[in-house]
Ligand binder design. Structure first.
Ligand code: S3P
Ligand code: PEP
Length: 431
């Protein structure tokens, strides 16, 4: 385990960076390439631990995958190219790998065992294993198949019309992936729109995906055709620097080539509503996903209310939004965000406890948190608790907190942003 230190920034953040590739899209590019027919290439791949776990699992399923930094090639041999793994599939810390891979394995006629780390062992898997069982796959595991370790034997499955209780792209994707090789039509209806990368990328791989409001459906018996995928920059990684630039005095930065898919761009709406000076340039569409350069400066902020359908559009950004809210005048209320409790940590508890250590006025609620600003933060020793987004939110807080911040378990940051501290140094140096 490692410890990182962050000093209060003496100068503003300036210059421009390209944030690493999108984690959600990198996972999907590899998984869909693995079940497609032909050679898929991926450029801009996120070589973070979670996406490397996906590569490792699909290699164990018999797929030839080469990866060098941001470049990946996958020799897809179609659905039937996947083989019974000799080894256990270890997903590490990655919920996306676990749930989407279950959807793929649900229709494969062989047995696999899935394990992950201590954090994965606490995360709810019943939300995918129950509908996949209903479709006909045989799944067992701890807590009657609700937690890892899980074992799955896929086979003859039939389509279902599934009403999801949660707005979760992982649940939606798992069921749609199983639906592609099941009898009849499979549809998923969600209570609010979650990220739609699966729908967009499956379409790029030649699959027919239908959307009707909050319902997405696919017909069984569909195959995928290999693609050349370019992965946009991850807006969830960009969020840390968007917030840092707004709250560190005398900052002005540009983040290049960031994905601004509307199902992910809630952080931009929040920054604008709070009064931040942010502008969007060079909008383009790359591989079916919109991207842009984001320009942002130090700004005066006011507290706002965040809830409802906005939550799935910024769920992973809430830890750093809480840091932002400590620097806004007045009250910020975050509600309808119960899902935070089942991420890598219970992010309501970890955000509140660590920000309190810095002197923030913040209280946990049943479904979110309430933050009163504006508060001058003081550096302290905090922990990521093994959660990359908590570690990075604390890194951003460290830039404005008086003194020197110590972040324990900082190694977790490599899950999604291995070059996070290098990028802080680069922007502090103004290169
Ligand atoms: O599908 C995905 O790539 C993801 C979906 C979200 O999780 P849920 O599906 O659990 O909401 C998100 O929090 C996670 O970081 C990545
Ligand atoms: C929740 C996250 O990822 P996952 O569910 O893939 O572990 C995240 O990256 O914040």
């Amino acid at each position: 385990m490692s410890t990182a230190h962050v000093e209060q920034a003496r100068n503003g953040l300036t210059g421009s960076i390209q944030v690493p590739g999108d984690k959600s899209i990198s996972h999907r590019a590899v998984m869909f390439g693995a079940i497609a027919e032909g050679k898929t290439t991926v450029d801009g791949f996120l070589a973070g631990e979670d996406c490397l776990s996906t590569i490792d699992c699909f290699r164990k399923l018999g797929v030839t995958i080469e990866q060098e930094g941001e470049k990946v090639t996958i020799e897809g041999k179609g659905w039937d190219g996947l083989q019974e793994p000799e080894e256990i599939l270890d997903v590490g810390n990655s919920g996306t790998t676990t749930r989407l891979m279950l959807g793929i394995l649900a229709t494969r006629p062989f047995h696999s065992v899935i394990i992950g780390d201590d954090s994965i062992a606490k995360r709810p898997m019943g939300r995918v294993t129950e509908p996949l069982r209903e479709m006909g796959s045989i799944i067992d595991g701890r807590g009657n198949g609700r937690f890892t370790p899980l074992s799955i034997r896929g086979g003859q499955t039939k389509g279902i019309q599934f009403q999801s209780k949660v707005a979760s792209a992982q649940v939606k994707s798992a069921i749609l992936l199983a639906g592609l090789q099941s009898e009849g039509v499979t549809s998923v209806t969600e209570p609010a729109l979650s990220r739609d990368h699966t729908e967009r990328m499956l379409t790029a791989y030649g699959v027919e995906v239908k959307r009707d409001g909050l319902t997405v459906s696919v017909k069984g018996g569909q195959t995928l055709t290999a693609q050349d995928i370019t992965v946009p920059g991850d807006i969830s990684s960009a969020a840390f620097f968007l917030v840092a630039a707004v709250i560190v005095p005398n900052s002005h930065i540009t983040l290049k080539g960031v994905g601004i898919n509307p199902t992910r761009s809630g952080i931009i709406d929040v920054l604008q509503e709070m009064g931040a000076s942010i502008s969007v340039h060079n909008e383009q569409v790359v591989g079916g996903e919109p991207i842009a350069d984001l320009d942002i400066k130090t700004s005066t902020l006011k507290g706002i209310e965040i809830g409802g359908d906005l939550i799935p559009r910024l769920i992973d950004e809430i830890p750093v939004i809480a840091v932002l809210a400590t620097q806004a005048e007045g009250k910020t209320v975050i509600r309808d965000a119960e899902e935070l409790k089942v991420k890598e940590t219970n992010r309501i508890d970890t955000v509140v406890s660590e920000l309190k250590k810095l002197g923030a006025t913040i209280e946990a609620t049943e479904d979110g948190m309430i933050i009163e600003g504006r508060t001058a933060l003081k550096a302290a020793t905090v922990s990521s608790y093994g959660d990359h987004r908590i570690g990075m939110a604390m890194g951003v807080a460290g830039l404005i907190a008086e003194g020197r911040m110590t972040i324990e378990r900082s190694e977790a940051i490599a899950v999604s942003y291995p070059t996070f501290f290098e990028h802080i140094d680069e922007l502090l140096g103004g290169k």
